[in-house]
Design a protein around this ligand. Structure first.
Ligand code: NIG
Ligand code: FE
Length: 415
């Protein structure tokens, strides 16, 4: 395989420090799909003068910013229909929880998802994935959770696998059978959890479609004890676990998940400061989802001060879904995290790179620019990283490399 050399780049390596890991006038050599070397442009191991000998493609970045490929570690990208009608109802005064209690919300999307074919779900999800990719996305997590029976959960996860094949995007597939109670199990939530643990999860796992298992722990979804049963079933199959927790109230789901070894706890606006230490002790990533906070006009802020004090890794994700976060932009997610949560642009960029990789258990492979890691990177037409969080509605992505292959031509770059 040929090599690619980027020269004159402003690299945001997102190294082990808590900063950007900035290197000016830097060069980066890609070999065999991985980063082989990083140094100053002056010290390049190969140069444009001997490309013919070395079979090296050289790209002069002319000072542009290069970051790791972006990672969206929490999405519900595959679903049928939309919920624009609920958006209107909320504006007329109904709350998210009231709509859910009246057969709307997640269950409305379940009906539309069950009614759709694999092909229809795929066609509907593709533009959403492409939109995220246009801003430098190289890895996305996609959850099931709108099927709520074996057939339909498996159908959703298949679509996630089809997206990976079609787009060459890295897709992490998460089973979220315990997302909501399907109407046929009304008032029988323990029976539904039995079905999730004994049939749905093993069936999806047997098809090779499950990389991790998630549970929605909330008054409108499942209890801490029910979540614990799902985690036990996941761990019997050797699967990593994570939770939607403390989104609308403090039930103790995040603490339970962290103490069971969860990769991440997601949302956590209602997590108490005193409980944050448990996340740190268990190496559990806090995934903040400003899109849902914004859409639901939440007031309760996540415990950012305590997360910082305890050195908990903070990731950010779009939570792209038809109800609480119809958001298809990681750049806007970064801006929202800064504006709404008062995160710094440095934290925001680390949140969609290295810390998102940690939330998916992939930090050995992706999330930073380091020799040995996969060559997933983005070239941006900006000179410094804060530009990515600061501007709203501007996409400066000029080129994306995934595992050593350019996805977009090097538009705006001198090759
Ligand atoms: O992450 N919190 C639970 N699940 C989604 C909402 C899904 C929906 O409303 O359809 C979330 O916000
Ligand atoms: Fe979610």
């Amino acid at each position: 395989m040929s090599q690619t050399l980027l020269t004159n780049a402003t690299l945001a390596c997102i190294d082990d420090s808590s900063g950007y890991g900035l290197r000016e006038n830097a060069a980066l050599l890609v070999d065999g799909g991985r980063i082989a070397w990083i140094g100053s442009t002056r010290d390049c191991p190969v140069s444009s003068a001997n490309t013919a000998i070395n079979d090296v493609e050289v790209y002069d970045c002319a000072g542009k910013l290069v970051t790791p490929g972006l990672i969206d570690c929490h999405t519900h990208l595959v679903y049928g229909g939309d919920r624009a009608d609920e958006f209107e109802r909320r504006l007329e005064g109904a709350s998210y929880a009231e709509i859910a209690a009246n057969g709307g919300g997640i269950v409305a999307t379940v009906m539309a998802t069950r009614a759709a074919t694999v092909e229809q779900l795929f066609e509907q999800a593709l533009p959403r994935a492409r939109q995220l990719m246009s801003e430098g996305l190289t890895t996305v997590e996609i959850k099931s959770g709108y099927g709520l029976d074996s057939t339909n959960e498996i159908k959703m996860l298949r679509v996630a696998a089809m997206i990976e094949n079609e787009l060459g995007l890295r897709v992490v597939k998460t089973f979220l059978g315990a997302h909501a109670l399907p109407p046929e199990y009304a008032d029988r939530s323990d029976d539904y959890i039995d079905l999730v643990c004994n049939e749905m999860l093993p069936a999806a796992h047997a098809e090779g479609l499950v990389d991790a298992v998630d549970v929605f722990i909330e008054s409108i979804a499942f209890s801490v004890e029910q979540g614990e049963r799902v985690f036990a079933a996941a761990q019997r199959l050797g699967l990593p676990i994570k939770a939607h927790a403390e989104q609308l109230s403090d039930l103790g789901g995040a603490v339970m998940a962290a103490t069971h070894g969860a990769q991440s706890v997601d949302h956590i606006e209602y997590l108490g400061n005193k409980d944050v230490a448990l996340l740190a002790q268990n190496d559990c990533v806090a995934v903040l989802l400003p899109g849902a906070f914004y859409v639901l006009r939440e007031q309760q802020l996540p415990p950012l001060g305590a997360l910082r004090e305890q050195n908990v890794a903070i990731a950010l994700a779009s939570d792209s879904n038809p109800g609480s976060s119809p958001l298809h932009s990681l750049l806007l997610t970064m801006n929202m995290a800064c504006t709404l949560f008062r995160m710094t642009p440095t934290e925001a960029l680390r949140g969609i790179t290295i810390n998102a990789a940690r939330a998916l258990g992939l930090a050995q492979q992706i999330g930073s620019l380091e020799p040995g890691k996969l060559a997933d990177l983005v070239v941006w037409n900006v000179d410094r990283p804060a530009m990515l969080s600061y501007r709203i509605g501007m996409n400066p992505c000029v080129a994306v490399m995934q595992a050593g292959h350019w996805r977009k031509s090097g538009q705006g770059m001198s090759a």
